[in-house]
Write a protein that binds this ligand. Structure first.
Ligand code: RIB
Ligand code: CA
Length: 325
């Protein structure tokens, strides 16, 4: 399923995100690649409050001159209390880098309405790229289950088979809204999961970050500045991995990279469900990789990436966007 293109050789996508440093790098890749036709961007609370994630989406898209509709999403998880990650992304959410004063406003349509309209008016099924908590997507599927045939697949950065980064068992996007994640896992829509298992391998090194500054564009310079902030906020991966301090993990980029370059990734189909009750494990995505549940797989879980090729893709996107500004 991943990476299929339509007759126009483009993959129509809706991007649901919580910018966030790595969300902006995912947006950069999405808009740098000709394979993708970005129809809509929606925001939700996640890394930061809804006001900040929406502002950051408008600000970054203004800077890269992509005035696509940005629709504001839900301000809090379905049930859990809201938790943000300003410690990771900075108070403003983009690593204390100022991109641009937004040149356009958020849509008059709230995110769920905008996603519904875009899906239902499309002549072909649309891929949803989701790189934050799945609150908007779950709410959409509750309110409008009839949209499911119009969703080709959901490419989600979230979850993990082994270990977490918001708790020792849960990844941030699943941890913040586990109920939304579970609702989406059981919705019967094709899902590609770029969890920590693969995103911990999709990292940029400090040396590669320094190389960004040799690309010679103000955009590349700002990307390097933003990533510099991210360097000092990375959390330990499960079971100490030598040199992890040198590995800046740009998690969300994989949710787009696996669509435009599926050959870089390896994964398998597994049954995945989300722990909702555990005192210590709420938000853990339980990946049945031992195939003992006896349940039909519902998620294509990515576990490996060709990191060198991934970084080449990343640098090409920085160069492409930098040249257009
Ligand atoms: O665990 C990483 C995920 O949480 C990324 O999407 C990052 O932006 C944060 O939302
Ligand atoms: Ca994110």
């Amino acid at each position: 399923m991943i990476g299929e293109v339509n007759s126009l050789n483009q993959i129509p996508v809706i991007i649901d995100c919580d910018p966030g440093i790595d969300d902006t790098m995912m947006l950069m890749l999405a808009f740098a690649r000709p394979e993708l036709d970005v129809r809509l961007v929606t925001t939700e609370a996640g890394n930061l409050t809804i006001d900040k994630t929406t502002y950051n989406a408008l600000s970054f898209l203004t800077y890269i001159n992509k005035h696509v509709e940005v629709a504001r999403g839900l301000p809090q998880p379905l049930f859990r209390k809201q938790e943000v990650a300003e410690d990771i992304h900075g108070e403003g959410g983009l690593g204390n880098v100022k991109w641009a004063d937004p040149a356009f406003e958020a849509s008059k349509r709230p995110a769920i309405q905008a996603i519904y309209d875009t899906l239902m008016h499309s002549t072909e099924p649309i891929t949803i790229v989701a790189t934050g908590p799945l609150t908007n997507i779950a709410a959409l599927l509750i309110a409008h289950p009839e949209v499911k045939p119009n969703i080709k697949q959901i490419s989600w950065m979230g979850g993990s088979a082994v270990g977490g980064n918001m708790s020792t068992t849960a990844e941030f996007n699943a941890y913040v809204d586990p109920h939304a994640a579970e609702l989406v896992m059981r919705a019967g829509v094709p899902i590609i999961m770029s969890g920590l298992d693969v995103t911990h391998k999709a990292y940029i090194t400090r040396d590669e970050m320094a190389h960004l500054r040799t690309l010679g564009t103000p955009f590349a310079e700002k990307v390097a500045d933003m990533m510099q902030f991210y360097t000092f906020t990375q959390k330990q991966t499960p079971f100490y991995t030598p040199g992890f301090e040198e590995q800046i993990r740009i998690h969300d980029v994989s949710a787009v990279a696996c669509l435009v370059a599926p050959e870089l990734y390896r994964g398998d189909d597994y049954f995945v469900e989300v722990e909702l009750e555990g005192r210590l494990t709420q938000g853990a995505t339980i990946v049945d990789y031992t195939k003992q549940s006896g349940k039909e797989p519902n998620v294509h879980v990515l576990h490996s990436v060709d990191r060198a090729a991934f970084i080449k893709l990343f640098f090409e996107a920085v160069t492409t966007i930098g040249k257009t500004l």
